[in-house]
Design a binder for this molecule. Structure first.
Ligand code: HEM
Length: 489
């Protein structure tokens, strides 16, 4: 028996050695296999991707290949060369990375749905008339939740809450009511969802502890149940986004169980970013009085211009020019949007960089872009990149600033919160309008202030780098009450 174990371990060791024996070939990016056989850099990468990749960039430059849990990942950090990855659908494939995550996070398999068919469906349902309908419904839901939900306490009394919980809870519930058209279970769904979302990064990295795994499984079950119980015959008459999505899945031959799981995926995709983004935006305004005053002054101008805004909260903000707010939003997203864009190399590829250098990418490897590091936090593009500057994306004549340079060369991608290419965020317009509706509603209807005037924004939870808008480690205590005179800013 001992002899067999010894042989097995020996065999395993030889396999690890063979696996580790890859060396850098001519024309390949610098290779860094990391300190641990097979695992390579996995542990440091998972802990804080932003810090780790910044260190690797200093060591190797704009392109390098890392070993991460047995996989070779080429990281590209030159925004001028991103298009060579984003627009290549022949040698690079998005669906393998995506399917792996869907299985791991949502226990979901949709092998028969073509990514292009799904993308087309999404585009149809987030643009044109559908988009207007969704945005109007979102505005109504936000107003109802924010202004009518003062049961049991006087609206003129201060309420205390963490700003992150306040923003996430409101935007999530309003978004849920908009897409899933539910009446009475939004709070229950939100509570379960937060438990799931809190463990999502660990789930994606397969690093859950035993009790955390149990929590994830039970919240998943509960959410599948809550989302499926929405599907009653009475509602099958309605024309909700959820119903259309179910119909789409049915037509693609997806069974009822996978349909429920896909609903949880869509709940996460549509609701996980806007709440955290609104938290950072309001947090930056509260901690930067000059920026807050500039936004309020812009809103005052709007309410004076348009008398209808003095009665109904700005709705749905279409067609209103808000350059200051837009710059604040772009700056907030520059500092908080940290998605890791991954593609599988399905055919050997020669990657031509903007500086003319060519690199060979091997089939079976993965290639990743991390726009958060560059362009967003690149000091050669953005002066003092760690600082929040509300007018960074504003020209002196109050038009949008779109011209940025690196090494004297004008950049196409100077910030990339929404991704780009064939997988650019389809919900961008909806998300921008929802965040704007929410922030304008809060500033015009609530007195909102920090409980401690000297407080600072909490730091980022480093485990969230790579998963969209980052979340704070801790919260910012605020108090709020309804304004005595509405729209008095
Ligand atoms: C601040 C808010 C948001 C940010 C920063 C954001 C960012 C992104 C990014 C970077 C991607 C591309 C990921 C990749 O290439 O791997 C993406 C994809 C996507 N987003 Fe958003 N998103 C936001 C809100 C929303 C909302 C509100 C919706 C829906 C209502 C939405 C729907 C989608 C969908 C369906 C995709 C997948 C597109 C595809 O795979 O072709 N997003 N988002």
């Amino acid at each position: 028996m001992l002899w067999t174990i010894f042989l097995l371990l020996n065999g395993l060791f030889v396999l690890v050695l063979i696996w580790s024996s890859r060396s850098r070939q001519k024309n390949e990016p610098p290779l860094d296999k990391g300190p641990i056989p097979w695992l390579g850099h996995a542990l440091t990468f998972r802990k804080d991707a932003a810090k780790f990749l910044a260190k690797m960039k200093t060591k190797h430059g704009d392109i390098f290949t890392l070993r991460v849990a047995g996989k070779y990942v080429t990281v590209l950090l030159d925004p001028d060369s991103y298009d060579a990855v984003l627009y290549d659908s022949v040698c690079l494939d998005n669906s393998q990375c995506k399917n792996q995550l869907l299985k791991r996070i949502f226990s979901l398999q949709l092998p028969n749905i073509k990514p292009t068919t799904e993308r087309r469906w999404m585009e149809q349902h987030f643009q044109g008339l559908s988009l207007s309908r969704l945005s109007i419904s979102m505005n109504t839901n936000l107003q109802n939740l924010l202004l009518n939900d003062w049961k049991g306490c006087s609206p003129t009394e201060w309420r205390e809450e963490g700003l992150f919980s306040f923003c996430y809870s409101l935007l999530f519930r309003a978004g849920y009511l908009t897409f899933f058209e539910r009446r009475n279970d939004a709070t229950a769904v939100y509570k379960e969802f937060r438990k799931f979302d809190d463990l999502l990064a660990k789930l994606a990295r397969c690093s859950l502890k035993r009790d955390e795994r149990r929590t994830v499984m039970s919240t998943q079950e509960r959410l599948w149940e809550l989302l499926s119980s929405n599907w009653s015959s009475e509602e099958s008459e309605s024309n909700s986004w959820q119903q259309s999505y179910r119909q789409f899945l049915q037509e693609e031959g997806v069974d009822a169980e996978m349909q429920n799981r896909a609903l949880l995926l869509q709940l996460w995709t549509t609701q996980c970013n806007a709440g955290p983004a609104s938290f950072w935006l309001l947090g930056f305004l509260l901690t930067h009085p000059k920026a807050m005053e500039a936004v309020k002054s812009e809103i005052r101008g709007l309410t004076l211009q348009d008398s209808s805004l003095q009665h109904a909260p700005i709705n749905p903000l279409e067609g209103l020019s808000t350059p200051v707010f837009d710059s604040v939003l772009s700056e907030t997203l520059r500092l908080s949007a940290a998605v890791l864009i991954s593609r599988e190399v399905v055919q050997d590829k020669i990657l031509r960089m903007a500086n003319g250098q060519e690199y060979h990418l091997r089939r079976g490897d993965r290639v990743c872009l991390f726009p958060f590091l560059s362009p967003q936090m690149d000091q050669d593009i953005h002066e003092e990149p760690q600082m929040f500057k509300y007018d960074r994306f504003l020209n002196e004549d109050k038009t949008e600033k779109k011209i940025f340079y690196k090494d004297g060369k004008r950049l196409k991608h100077y910030t990339l919160p929404w991704g780009a290419g064939g997988n650019v965020c389809v919900g961008k317009e909806f998300a921008v309008t929802a965040i704007k509706q929410f922030v304008f509603l809060v500033l015009t209807h609530l007195d909102l202030e920090m409980c401690d005037r000297e407080a600072k924004l909490p730091p980022v939870n480093p485990s969230r780098y790579g998963f969209g808008i980052v979340q704070p480690d801790g919260d910012l205590k605020v108090r709020y009450r309804l304004k005595k005179t509405q729209h008095e800013l």
